[in-house]
Design a protein. Structure first.
Length: 395
């Protein structure tokens, strides 16, 4: 079997991550200087052509549409395009990786390295080695995809910025989402179920900065729902984190954690160094294992919840927290603030007329479509009307 050389910098990063969480094969048994040769992918080339020519992808302007299921990887070399799976599936030819040190994002269904302004939507990526991977990319949107039964990582972002993952089903993989050394990553409204690890944020040399994890359903992780190893401005707000081996792990991180529902996790939180805050505006998180009382029936526990040394939720919520779809943001971007005000109006107004694939499209502003509260991939008068109807409300 032919072998390809891996750069020394990548080897060092892999060793760090393997030591941190055993993400890859056993370093002591691996030939980490090489990786196996792969079947050639389908290329969307920089000039827009498809190589080798194939009837499985149809080009319509800047949109590439799958016309049938394919059993190969897609590697994108063109910027400013949309890949629309049209409900079809990507699977792969199996390969033997025994004895190799396998890097994050290896042999993905779709590779977007070094790309700018790409959208991947409506794709089913099932039973692949990795799902969607990109490094050194900007303005990547992944929406309404199904990524399941992936051997390693469903979505991998390395050294990338301004990326949004929304409304994806990420189910039954080894890892759901892995973020390394990336900036301004928004992970919102995804269904992340039955993975070993739901979301992991790791830093190797260059720390992650501003990662917002909001309004996701993260459940059934055999290891950890959300694991954070280093970073600045990591926002974890409005998520349902349920039935995981460990709900949240945080180590040496500037992290904001509030208005989440921690329900029936074997261990709610393991935090060695996270000063919080664990509450905001007089409200914290809902904890199914909180045994306090609420004598005045204001919905806030009368006693704080001790998490670990230096980590306290001062205002634990008695009932589970429910977000409102028209509460799009607050003073901190992507962080709902329990009211519908001018900030929410501004987000919808500025993006009015845009659709998925446009540079200004924002999944938060796509609140409803012809079916009430079902997003339709565009921001129109229905979204404006819904925010206007609830303007001034608090909850």
């Amino acid at each position: 079997m032919k072998k390809r050389t891996v750069p020394i910098a990548l080897i060092m990063a892999l060793l760090f991550l393997a030591a941190a969480e055993r993400l890859y094969v056993d370093v002591g048994k691996a030939a980490f200087w090489s990786v196996p040769e792969l079947p050639p992918p389908i290329y969307i080339q920089s000039d827009g052509s498809i190589e080798p020519p194939s009837d499985c992808i149809q080009q319509v302007g800047d949109t590439y549409i799958l016309t049938r299921d394919i059993d190969n990887s897609i590697e994108v070399q063109r910027d400013h395009i949309v890949i629309d799976g049209n409900g079809f599936s990507i699977t792969q030819i199996p390969i033997n990786t025994s004895g190799f040190m396998i890097p994050a994002g290896f042999y993905p269904g779709i590779r977007l390295n070094d790309r700018i302004n790409l959208t991947v939507q409506n794709v089913k990526i099932h039973a692949c080695f990795s799902g969607i991977t990109f490094e050194c990319a900007k303005n990547i949107t992944l929406t309404n995809n199904s990524i399941a039964s992936i051997g390693k990582i469903a979505i991998f972002s390395g050294s990338s910025s301004n990326c949004t993952f929304s409304q994806n089903d990420i189910i039954g993989n080894d890892q759901g989402i892995l973020i390394i050394n990336s900036t301004r990553i928004h992970i919102s409204e995804n269904n992340i179920k039955r993975n070993r690890i739901g979301i992991q944020i790791s830093s190797s040399g260059y720390p992650n900065h501003y990662v917002a994890i909001t309004r996701n359903n993260i459940s059934g992780s055999t290891d950890t729902g959300i694991a954070v190893y280093g970073g600045f401005q990591i926002i974890i707000v409005g998520n349902n984190i349920a039935d995981n081996g460990r709900g949240l792990f945080v180590s040496y991180t500037d992290c904001t954690v509030h208005h989440n529902n921690f329900v029936n996790n074997a261990e709610s939180v393991d935090s060695s160094s996270c000063p919080g805050p664990w509450d905001e505006g007089g409200e914290g998180n809902h904890w199914s294992d909180y045994n306090g009382t609420d004598v005045n029936s204001d919905g806030i526990g009368d006693t704080p919840l001790f998490i670990s040394t230096g980590n306290i939720d001062n205002y634990p919520l008695m009932p589970p927290y429910i977000t409102r779809p028209w509460d799009l943001t607050g003073p901190v971007d992507w962080m709902p603030d329990r009211k519908c005000d001018i900030r929410d109006v501004a987000i919808v107004s500025v993006r009015f007329g845009s659709a998925v694939g446009d540079g200004v499209y924002d999944v938060r502003a796509d609140i409803t479509g012809p079916t009430y509260l079902v997003k339709d991939g565009k921001i129109d008068i229905r979204d404006i009307a819904l925010v206007a109807l609830h303007f001034g409300e608090t909850y």
